[in-house]
Write a protein that binds this ligand. Structure first.
Ligand code: NAD
Length: 498
C-alpha cells in the first residue's frame, strides 16, 4: 500500500507516529493509500525548522520573493492536467472541476505576486515640525493553515500564497482525505526557489491540529472547514495569542423573483446546487421562489433537470458530478434526506438509490430535490453538503429577504431578477457576506476578499485580496525626528501641538 508522509525542511519525509488514515478512491470505493497522521512532536520539529528558515526568507526583498511565486505559477501550469487528475482521484470531483479548483488557487498566487506594491506602508511627512510618521508591514513569523477536503488545491493556495509573499514561513495541515496535491504544491514551491523549510506540509488529524493551536511559535492560523471545528479553532488559537481567521459551513440561498429569466435560473441552480456533488461551501442549497406561480414554474423545470443529471466517475469529463468524498459522507447526506421526508418536506426527486454500473462500491449519490421545505425543518437549518436542493416558497420579497438574513449561516447568497431596484435593495440589506446578482456562486475574484458572516466566519480579516496581506503581517509605526540646527535643550511640550 502506498504511503503518504509529510513535506518538511524541503523534502518528503515518512511519518513517525505509527498512525495512519485511509485515502480512498471515491470512484471505486477502494483504499488507494495510507496517509501518515503526525504526532505533536512531528509538528514541533516542523515548527522549529520553519522558524529558522523564516528569518532567512523574510530577509529577501519582496520583489525577490515574488519571483519565486512567478516561477511557481509556471511550474503549476505545466502540471495543471496531471495535478487535476491526482486531485480528482482522491476527492471524487470531475477532472474539469478539479482544474477549476487549481485555477482559482493560482489566481491568488497571481495576486500575491504584487506583494512589493501591497506591502507598501503609509507615510506622513511633517506630522509635527521635523517629524515624519510612517508604517511598515512586517511578517508574523511562522503561521499555519488548516484546510478542508473540498478544495485541496484552492484553499491551501489561498492561505499559503499571501502568507509566503509577506515573508512568513507556512505550516499547512491539509485534509487527511486528499493530501497528495498539497504535498506536490510544496514540492513545486521548492523547485521554484523557495528556501527549504519555509513551506511545510504536515498531515494529520485532531492531534496535529491541537499541536498547531497550542504552539507558542505559530503566530496565526487560517482555518477553513465545518462550523463546529472553525469555532473550536478560533477559541483555542486565542489562548496562545494567535491571530485566527476561521471560515465555516454554509447554507446559501438563491432568491428567485417573479421577473427572473427562468431558464437562466434553472441552469444556475443545477450547476450551483449539484456541481461537485454539492460539496462546495458556496453551493446553492436553498432556492426561494417568490410567489406561488414562480415556485410552480421553477419546480416544473427543475424536476426533469435533476432527474437527468449525469453522474459519473471522476475521470469522465462529460459527467455533471462525480462521487462524494467518502462512504460516511453519502450516509450522512442520505440521513438528512430521510429526516426531511419525516419532517414533512416533499421529496420531488429521490436520488438515494442511484447506482453507477461498474462502480457499485463508489461513493455515488443521485440528485435530490425537496419542495415545501419550512424554516423550522432540520434540512433547512443545517448544512447537508451533498447533492440536495431545498425549495422554500415565499409569498413576498420581504419574506424571501428575511430567510437568508435570519439564517445562522451567512456565507453566500444570490438573487435572480431583472429589477435593478430589487437587486440593489437586496445587496444592501441582506445579512450575508457574499452576494450574487444573477450570479449563483459569487466567489469574489482574487483581488477582492472572500469571507462569510455569522456562523460561516469567525475573525475579522477575510481570505485573499488586501485583507490577506493585513492578516499575514503586523503593522509597525515609526515616528521619526531628525532635528535640524543646534538644539538648545529638552522640549517639555508635545511637539505636534505647535
Ligand atoms: P472539517 O471541519 O471536517 O475539517 C477541516 C479541517 O479540520 C481538516 O483539516 C480536518 O483534519 C480538521 N479537523 C476535523 N475534525 C477536527 C477536530 N475534531 N479537531 C481539530 N481539527 C479537526 O471539514 P471538511 O469536511 O474537510 O470540509 C467541509 C466543510 O468545510 C463544510 O462545512 C464546508 O462548508 C466548509 N467549507 C467552508 C469554506 C468557507 O470558505 N467558508 C470553504 C470550503 C469548505
Amino acid at each position: 500500500m502506498r504511503q503518504i508522509g509529510h513535506f518538511i525542511a524541503g523534502k518528503r519525509v515518512e511519518g513517525t507516529s505509527g498512525r495512519f488514515a485511509d485515502v480512498f478512491n471515491p470512484t471505486t470505493g477502494d483504499v488507494q493509500a495510507k496517509v501518515a497522521l503526525a504526532s505533536a512532536a512531528e509538528i514541533r520539529a516542523a515548527v522549529e525548522n520553519a522558524r529558522e528558515a523564516q528569518l532567512v526568507w523574510a530577509g529577501w526583498n519582496p520583489q525577490r520573493r515574488a519571483r519565486v511565486l512567478m516561477r511557481f505559477l509556471e511550474l503549476m501550469r505545466d502540471e495543471h492536467d496531471s495535478l487535476a487528475e491526482l486531485l480528482a482521484s482522491e476527492h471524487g470531483k470531475t477532472v474539469p472541476d478539479a482544474k477549476g479548483d487549481i485555477q482559482r488557487g493560482l489566481e491568488v498566487v497571481e495576486f500575491a505576486v504584487g506583494v512589493p506594491h501591497l506591502l507598501k506602508g503609509e507615510y506622513t511627512e511633517s506630522a509635527g515640525t521635523g517629524i515624519d510618521v510612517y508604517s511598515l508591514r512586517q511578517p508574523l513569523g511562522v503561521v499555519a493553515g488548516i484546510t478542508p477536503f473540498n478544495f485541496p488545491a484552492m484553499i491551501p493556495l489561498w492561505k499559503c500564497a499571501p502568507a509566503l509573499a509577506c515573508g512568513n514561513a507556512f505550516i499547512l495541515k491539509p485534509s487527511e482525505r486528499d493530501p497528495s496535491v498539497p504535498i506536490r504544491i510544496a514540492e513545486l514551491f521548492v523547485e521554484a526557489g523557495l528556501p527549504a523549510g519555509v513551506f511545510n506540509v504536515v498531515n494529520g488529524d485532531k492531534e496535529a491540529v491541537d499541536a498547531i493551536l497550542d504552539d507558542e511559535d505559530i503566530r496565526a492560523v487560517g482555518f477553513v472547514g465545518s462550523t463546529p471545528i472553525a469555532e473550536y479553532i478560533y477559541v483555542r488559537a486565542a489562548q496562545t495569542g494567535k491571530r485566527a481567521q476561521c471560515f465555516g459551513g454554509a447554507k446559501n440561498h438563491a432568491i428567485v423573483m417573479p421577473d427572473a429569466d427562468m431558464d437562466q435560473v434553472v441552469d444556475a441552480l443545477i450547476g450551483a446546487g449539484y456541481g461537485s456533488a454539492g460539496e462546495r461551501c458556496m453551493a446553492i442549497s436553498v432556492a426561494v421562489p417568490v410567489t406561488k406561480a414562480t415556485g410552480d414554474a421553477l419546480m416544473e423545470r427543475l424536476i426533469p433537470r435533476v432527474e437527468s443529471l449525469k453522474i459519473g466517475p471522476s475521470n469522465d469529463g462529460s459527467a455533471d458530478y462525480g462521487p462524494l468524498v467518502t462512504r460516511e459522507a453519502v450516509e450522512r447526506v442520505k440521513r438528512y434526506v430521510e429526516i426531511g421526508v419525516n419532517e414533512g418536506a416533499k421529496l420531488a426527486v429521490d436520488g438515494r438509490n442511484f447506482r453507477l454500473q461498474g462502480y457499485e462500491n463508489g461513493f455515488f449519490m443521485g440528485g435530490c430535490l425537496f419542495d415545501e421545505v419550512k424554516p423550522d425543518m432540520t434540512i433547512y437549518k443545517e448544512e447537508i453538503f451533498g447533492p440536495v436542493l431545498s425549495v422554500v416558497r415565499a409569498d413576498t420579497y420581504e419574506e424571501a429577504l428575511a430567510l437568508p438574513t435570519k439564517h445562522s449561516y451567512g456565507n453566500g447568497v444570490a438573487i435572480f431578477t431583472r429589477d435593478g431596484d430589487a437587486a440593489r435593495d437586496f445587496a444592501a440589506r441582506v445579512n450575508v457576506g457574499m452576494v450574487g446578482i444573477n450570479v449563483p456562486i459569487p466567489v469574489p475574484i482574487a483581488y477582492h476578499t472572500f469571507g462569510g458572516w455569522k456562523r460561516s466566519g469567525f475573525g475579522d480579516l477575510n481570505q485573499h485580496g488586501p485583507d490577506s496581506i493585513r492578516f499575514y503581517t503586523k503593522t509597525k509605526t515609526v515616528t521619526s525626528r531628525w532635528p535640524s540646527g543646534i538644539k538648545s535643550g529638552a522640549d517639555f511640550s508635545i511637539p505636534t501641538m505647535r
